[in-house]
Design a protein. Sequence first.
Length: 347
Amino acid sequence: MTRVVVAVVLLAGLLAIPGCLFPLNLVEEGPEGKLAVVLDPAGGYDLFFTGGAICLFDEEGVLERQLLNLEDREGAGDLSWSPAGDELVGVILEVEGEFNTPKEWRLVRLPLVGEPQVLLRADYPLVSPRYEQTGSAVLYIAAPEEKSELHRLDLSSGQDELLFSDVLAYLPSPDGLFLISSAGELRGPAGEVLASFHCPEEDCQLFLFLWPRLFLDISPTGEFLALVVADRPGLISPEVDPITSLYLVDLVGGTAERLATPALAPSFSPDGRRLAFTAGTPDGTQLAYIYDLEGETVAPLPGSEGVVWVRWGNAGISVALERAEGGYSLRRWDGTGWRELLAEPSR
């Protein structure tokens, strides 16, 4: 494979959102189609907040039950399903003080049948928990002494193994793990450097460490990397601030193509043939787009105005849309139309 260099800088500061250390709250679709997300104390959705509950929805997006109630000073997110779809793992952050200073991070196991279980507690960040393909262990990143490390926690024995040091983010694939270092190097399962980009700023590394799913995705075959970075739109004068761009990196062919500016939240389809992402229009409208890798065509998703993020699952594309009156709505596109999620059970 040829090494690709994307000579631009990932810019974390472009996300002007509060709760900068909170785990990201996305809708997660399980292998059987069930959905999991964190809702606030009023039963609504937001990216970051404290209190509320981790909730389970059926395949149609109808609320089934709460999996775990949160305390007033606890935030949660970073949910991930087991391969069998019988449980989830997630992150809970306990905060204190006026500025929501982190007090304790917890990795929590959430079985669909049975009681929640705290797997780990620490006074330093624990992020990005993901099950191994066998479901017998959980991978996660820890940052003791501000040094990020990839760990493997065996769910049967409780043995915690340090796998790699200096890992900001990782991307699981059927062939193994793709790792991203603080130097901006993407390494393949065999340890080879496949691509690199500049990420020298402390804020840049922090955001990639905390919220990789807003910036990164890898195709199911491991052939393509979708990477959101920040560059300048070709203007020398007047001086302009960097804005986010989405690059499609061909890890086999050794090329990188810019798809959209500004853009965020890339997500490959389950078959790896298409890529969904959010991007802004010249008038400032934020839309979801779908890029066809074979036809090299891109098209907006109708009715996606105000989109914040996209996630592609087996049942369709889940999105969060910002309402004009405030707050967010969660919807899913099944290829023909939209379905509202977070519906109340029928009575």
